[in-house]
Design a protein around this ligand. Sequence first.
Ligand code: ATP
Ligand code: ZN
Length: 231
Amino acid sequence: GNGARDRLRIAIQKSGRLAEPARALLNACGLSWRESRDRLFCYGESLPVDLLLVRDDDIPGLIRDGVCDLGVVGRNVLLEQDIALRSEGGTTAFREWRALGFGGCRLALAVPEGWAWQSPAQLGSTRIATSYPAILRQWLDGQGIAAEVVELSGSVEIAPRLGQADAICDLVSSGATLAANQLKPVMTLLESEAVLAGPAAENFGQLWDDARGELAELLLRRLDGVLRMRH
Ligand code: ATP
Ligand code: ZN
């Protein structure tokens, strides 16, 4: 953080799968907001807790840079960026403060339906397309597999049909998209869901010695109550 602040700032997805459930959850914690005209910033009314509405991929960076204090983001995005930062020599910047129980999906390895799948060793010297190169690379290294990681920002599931890759590593929920592309999931690399992300620390008091520490603790207590009731 840069300097003392008396308001807590939380980044959430502006639009997409996590946008509405994230707002509904914070709402259930007793937060309410007045929206700005550009709809990028929501000013907290019931508590000094503001929202920044952004692309999910920007959330870890906003936390790391201290622009936002906390964020609601998929574990998949948080872990990808955490591994990428650490592979550049950084230390762990993030912590998952709570798993939030929505946005569930898994990051899975999928191969063409025609493959007789036996073990990950079959992936040696194949090309695997993904939007999660850091997670995939770490997993491949752990398995001792020399495969080529082909980084794509979207439409990963059509890469095998286009001849860009032999297999893919992508997010799966129902599996319908994979089936539509004649692919089958064979390994799960990560079970994911939306999480409350923040900087790595033991407790909020270590992070902020201004009003944000107590605000974050209050939010977490309410969040735990709401999550218990939803269970
Ligand atoms: P943005 O415009 O914010 O970058 P996006 O297109 O990257 O949006 P969404 O498709 O809205 O993101 O997905 C956001 C998150 O929802 C994912 O990172 C993941 O954690 C979760 N999710 C749950 N199910 C799925 C799924 N079937 N496919 C993709 N993401 C899923
Ligand atoms: Zn995104």
